[in-house]
Write a protein that binds this ligand. Structure first.
Ligand code: S3P
Length: 171
């Protein structure tokens, strides 16, 4: 891979800041930015909440896989994946083969702080009471970390300075 064909995939739990940091680092480096959730919503013409409710999770997993894999012919971008993207359809292997995978690691308590006000648009957590959310995050993270931990780079994001730009974005 030369500097001219970088594909960076940010992975991690809901609320770990994939969209936030992806946007910032794309701006800092001049890379393009893609958000898989937003691409699914745009192409399907409905929100993720509606896709889950009307078509089911399995269909959503197929749609996010299609959007991810459509990035194969794009270069020099950073993509924010959905929290479940690397855990289905062997997507983690695909990302590792075709680009640089980066796990944005955050603690359950910090994830909770961010998710508590943003439950509505996330079908997996929208029906949980606030008191149940920390347990859900802790358990789901345990289930998903074997996928997230396969990333080439693991970045702890809880104490990052707002101006931080990682080395792999400096070109
Ligand atoms: C999901 C995470 C969401 C979105 C969908 C399912 C998950 O993305 O793809 O609600 O399975 O963790 P974010 O990680 O951007 O919230």
């Amino acid at each position: 891979m030369t500097p001219a064909d970088q594909k960076i995939f940010l992975i991690g739990f809901m609320g770990s800041g994939k969209t936030y940091w992806g946007n910032k680092w794309a701006q800092a480096s001049g890379y393009g930015f893609f958000d898989i959730d937003a691409m699914v919503e745009l192409n399907k013409g409905k929100t993720i909440a509606r896709i889950f409710a009307e078509d089911g999770e399995e269909h959503f997993r197929d749609l996010e896989t299609i959007e991810l894999r459509n990035l194969l012919n794009k270069n020099n971008f950073i993509a924010a994946t959905g929290g479940g993207t690397p855990c289905f359809n062997d997507n983690i292997s695909w990302m590792k083969e075709n680009g640089t995978s980066v796990y944005l690691r955050s603690s359950p308590v910090n994830i909770l702080k961010r998710l508590v006000t943003e439950k509505e648009k996330r079908p997996l957590i929208k029906n949980l009471q606030d008191e149940e959310l920390l347990f859900y995050i802790t358990e789901k993270l345990k289930e998903r970390e074997p996928f997230y931990n396969q990333a080439k780079i693991i970045l702890d994001v809880d104490d990052l300075d707002k101006n931080f730009v990682p080395d792999f974005m400096i070109i």
